[in-house]
Design a protein around this ligand. Structure first.
Ligand SMILES: C[S@@+](CC[C@H](N)C(=O)[O-])C[C@H]1O[C@@H](n2cnc3c(N)ncnc32)[C@H](O)[C@@H]1O
Length: 218
C-alpha cells in the first residue's frame, strides 16, 4: 500500500513538472499564463533581434484571429508584436483577407490598449504588400493556411507566401528580420519556397524550429 502511494505521488510530481516545462511563456511581455509552446523560443529570439536592431516598422500577414486565446495553437502574433511595438515606439501593420479575423483581432487590440500601435487591414496580403511603400524592419509571414496532408493546399500556401515575399522584397533592407510560421511541417511548410528564394539572394537562416528566422547581416 505504502509503495503504491509513493508511486502515485511520484507520478503526480512528474506530470506537474512535465506540464511546467512544456508551458512556454513570453513573460514579462505577457503574463506567464499564456503558453506559446513550439513558437516561444523563436518568438523570444525575434523580439531580441528587434530590440537589438531598433525595429520601427513591423508588418505581418495573417492576424491573430482568436486574439490571445490561441497563443499556443496560432501564436497570437498581432498581440505579441503589437505589444512590442507599443513598448518600443514602433508600429505594426497587420493584414488578413478575412473580415471576421481582422474584426476579432481588432477587439483584442482594443482590449490590450494597442490601437495607437497597430493598423489592421482587411485585404489579400499580396495585394496589400504590393502597395506597401515604407521600408520594413520586421516581416512576419503567416497567412494562407497550410495542410499537413493535402498537397494541393500545401502548394497553394507555399506559392502564396512566395508571392508575398516577391511583393514586399523591395521594401526589405540589410537589418530587416523575417519570421515565417508553420515551417516544420510535411513538404516544407509555408516557408519552403520563400526560404529557397531568400537564401539564394543572400539571406541567412538565423534560427530554424517550427518557425524560421532569416536575416541578412548578423
Ligand atoms: C494561421 S492564421 C494567422 C495566425 C496569426 N498569425 C496568429 O498568430 O494568431 C492564417 C490567417 O491567414 C489569413 N489568410 C488566408 N489567406 C490570406 C490571404 N490571401 N491574404 C491575407 N490573409 C490570408 C486567414 O484568414 C487567417 O486568418
Amino acid at each position: 500500500m505504502k509503495f503504491l502511494l509513493t508511486l502515485i505521488v511520484v507520478a503526480v510530481i512528474v506530470a506537474v513538472v512535465r506540464k511546467l516545462v512544456r508551458h512556454k511563456n513570453l513573460a514579462p511581455l505577457l503574463p506567464r499564463r499564456y503558453n506559446f509552446g513550439k513558437r516561444r523560443d523563436t518568438l523570444r529570439e525575434t523580439l531580441r533581434l528587434l530590440d537589438e536592431r531598433g525595429a520601427k516598422a513591423l508588418l505581418e500577414t495573417g492576424v491573430a484571429r482568436m486574439g490571445l486565446e490561441k497563443s499556443k495553437g496560432d501564436g497570437a502574433s498581432t498581440i505579441v508584436f503589437g505589444l512590442w511595438a507599443k513598448q518600443n515606439d514602433a508600429h505594426l501593420y497587420a493584414v488578413d483577407i478575412d473580415p471576421a479575423a481582422t474584426e476579432r483581432a481588432g477587439q483584442a487590440v482594443v482590449m490590450m490598449d494597442l490601437s495607437d500601435s497597430v493598423t489592421l487591414v482587411t485585404s489579400d496580403s499580396v495585394a496589400y504588400l504590393d502597395e506597401f511603400t515604407d521600408m520594413v524592419d520586421f516581416l512576419y509571414l503567416d497567412s494562407y493556411d497550410y495542410h499537413k496532408t493535402d498537397t494541393a493546399i500545401q502548394t497553394a500556401s507555399q506559392d502564396h507566401h512566395l508571392n508575398e515575399i516577391k511583393a514586399i522584397e523591395g521594401c526589405l533592407h540589410e537589418d530587416t528580420v523575417i519570421l515565417i510560421d508553420d515551417c516544420d511541417l510535411p513538404n516544407g511548410g509555408k516557408g519552403k519556397l520563400v526560404i529557397e528564394r531568400l537564401t539564394a539572394n543572400g539571406w541567412k537562416v538565423h534560427m530554424s524550429e517550427y518557425q524560421v528566422i532569416l536575416v541578412k547581416g548578423e
